[in-house]
Design a protein around this ligand. Structure first.
Ligand SMILES: Cc1cc2nc3c(=O)[nH]c(=O)nc-3n(C[C@H](O)[C@H](O)[C@H](O)COP(=O)(O)O)c2cc1C
Length: 173
C-alpha cells in the first residue's frame, strides 16, 4: 500500500482502460468501504452509490455523457448520487441544498483515492444528462446523480496536469 501523499500524487484522470482485465470484486468492495469511511454531515451519509458492471448500461451512460467513450470502455462505472431528503430530515434546507452534495462529493473523492491505492485508475465524470443517468442507473426519484467514476486498470500513463500556485489559491491571515 502506498502512503497517502504518494497516492494523491499518483492520482491522474485515466481515460484509457484495459478491457482484457476485469477488476476484482474484493477491490471494488474495498473502494466502497473507503468511500463510506468519508465524513458526512451528522454521519447521515446522504448519498447512494450504484455500481454498474453491465457493458450495455455503461454504453448507455457513455451516450448520456456526451459520448465520452471511456465510460463504456472502463469495466466499472460508479454512479454517486446525493440524497437531499435524507440530509433535510435533520438539517432542513441547508442539508438539502448543501450537505447532501458535499457528502456525495467527499465519498466520491475518497473512492477516487482508494482506486489509486488499489492499483487502478479512474476518471470523475460530471458532464452528463441527469435524467438519462437516473433512468439508466434505476435511481430512486429522490436521488440526484452528481458524479460517475469510470474505474478499471489503466491502459495509459496520463501526464500530470498543472495546478494553480498555492499563493494564488491560499490566503493566510
Ligand atoms: C466536478 C468534476 C467534473 C469532471 N467532469 C469530467 C468529465 O465529464 N469528463 C472528463 O473526461 N473529465 C472530467 N473531470 C476530470 C477533470 O477534467 C480532471 O480531474 C482535471 O482535468 C485534472 O486532471 P487530473 O484528474 O488528471 O489531475 C471532472 C472532474 C471534476 C472534479
Amino acid at each position: 500500500m502506498w502512503d497517502f501523499f504518494k497516492t494523491v500524487r499518483h492520482r491522474h484522470s485515466v481515460r484509457k482502460f484495459r478491457t482484457d482485465l476485469p477488476v476484482e470484486p474484493e477491490k471494488i468492495h474495498a473502494i466502497l468501504e473507503m468511500a463510506c469511511a468519508a465524513p458526512s454531515a451528522g454521519d447521515l451519509q446522504s448519498y447512494h452509490i450504484t455500481v454498474i458492471n453491465d457493458g450495455d448500461m455503461r454504453k448507455q451512460l457513455s451516450v448520456a455523457s456526451d459520448n465520452q467513450a471511456f465510460i463504456a470502455e472502463a469495466p466499472i462505472a460508479m454512479v454517486i448520487s446525493s440524497d437531499p431528503l435524507r440530509a433535510a430530515g435533520k438539517y432542513g434546507e441547508r442539508g438539502q441544498q448543501l450537505y447532501a452534495v458535499q457528502d456525495a462529493t467527499i465519498a466520491a473523492t475518497y473512492a477516487q483515492l482508494a482506486v489509486v491505492a488499489a492499483g487502478l485508475g479512474s476518471t470523475w465524470v460530471g458532464y452528463f444528462d441527469d435524467d438519462a443517468v437516473r433512468t439508466i442507473a434505476a435511481l430512486s426519484p429522490e436521488l440526484n446523480p452528481i458524479a460517475i467514476l469510470s474505474i478499471g486498470y489503466p491502459a495509459e500513463l496520463p501526464e500530470a496536469t498543472p495546478r494553480r500556485p498555492l499563493h494564488e489559491v491560499v490566503t493566510t491571515l
